[in-house]
Design a protein around this ligand. Structure first.
Ligand SMILES: C[S@@+](CC[C@H](N)C(=O)[O-])C[C@H]1O[C@@H](n2cnc3c(N)ncnc32)[C@H](O)[C@@H]1O
Length: 291
């Protein structure tokens, strides 16, 4: 794992937004990510969908001990939990390794494709993981409590973070541990949205915005540990990469040439049948507090 201290980012708020509460600022930045209807109407897909197979493939690489970069799992292990709830567990990128370490894991995952990947990967690894196929916080009553409640790469999708965080806090016996990118995960797509659609996209929210929300809604001052790493999404060839980002960037198939010309210079061939968009070090944060 590469772990570096990076300068604490400032919140992406502008002067006019300083009078907003942290929650309002969070919501308004997420609203800024909404894709205009005229773009959505021009394609038959949902740009926000989760490609479960790609996550599972990425996580399989992450589970290779040589590739493990999850500082967050080290923080969780140091808390010595017997039980854990992983909210938005996806294909099991973080919770399967924790289950393998002997922690009793309940995964909350509303997406049927992700939940199916998670179940089959836990069977492959001979692990017992409870899977609750619901969204948080609606799932809170069904799931109950655990020593540690965690969530990685979910909260930037949550426009109303107060109830989400409050339910995490209430369900935890020892601590809440959140992993996130330093900025909203689509921020690196801003230049492509501009080039392809002349569309301005927000710069956030950021981890600093999330910390402000936690302080405001829970009255808690979390510890923030910053590090570089994070599992990259990778593709078997340029076509698969263009399919994936064409969907995220809402580019109709008849504009494939534009898409290829725009992304082409940023496509990196990693060798061994792996292709990636940009060779970037991802700035990550583990945000956690004892309850
Ligand atoms: C980017 S994936 C992250 C998966 C996994 N945690 C990881 O780090 O690899 C985000 C996941 O959060 C799930 N999700 C989104 N909103 C959710 C909510 N309100 N409650 C629970 N899960 C949610 C999605 O279905 C998706 O599987």
């Amino acid at each position: 794992m590469s772990m570096w201290r990076v300068p604490k980012t400032t919140s992406s708020t502008d002067f006019a937004k300083r009078s907003m509460t942290a929650v309002e600022r969070w919501r308004s930045q997420l609203e800024g990510w909404a894709v205009p209807h005229e773009l959505l109407d021009a394609v038959p897909w949902n740009p926000y969908e989760w490609p479960a197979e790609l996550f599972a493939r990425r996580d399989a690489v992450v589970s290779d001990p040589k590739m493990t970069e999850r500082h967050t799992n080290a923080v969780i292990s140091q808390l010595r939990p017997m039980s854990l709830i992983d909210i938005g567990a996806g294909a099991g990128g973080s919770c399967l390794d924790l289950a393998a370490a002997g922690i009793r894991v309940t995964a909350v995952e509303p997406d049927a494709g992700m939940a199916a990947q998670l179940r089959s990967r836990s069977v492959d690894r001979n692990l017992r993981v409870g899977v609750v196929e619901m969204a948080w916080p609606a799932a809170a009553d069904a799931v109950g409590a655990a020593d540690v409640v965690t969530s990685s790469h979910v909260i930037y999708n949550v426009p109303d973070p107060g109830p989400f965080l409050a339910a995490m806090h209430a369900a935890a016996g020892i601590a809440v541990v959140i992993q996130e990118f330093e900025t909203h995960p689509w921020v690196h797509l801003r230049p492509y949205y501009m080039k392809l659609h002349q569309l301005e996209r927000p710069m956030g929210p950021t981890v600093a915005d999330l910390v402000a929300v936690i302080e405001e809604t829970l009255g808690v001052n979390p510890t923030v540990e910053r590090w570089y790493g994070g599992p990259p999404m990778w593709f078997v060839d340029r076509d698969e990469l263009l399919d994936f980002y064409g969907r995220r960037l809402v580019v109709p198939v008849d504009r494939r040439d534009d898409l290829e010309a725009t992304l082409g210079p940023s496509i990196v061939e990693l060798g061994a049948g792996r292709v990636q968009l940009e060779e970037r070090q991802k700035s990550m944060a583990t945000i956690w507090w004892r309850v």
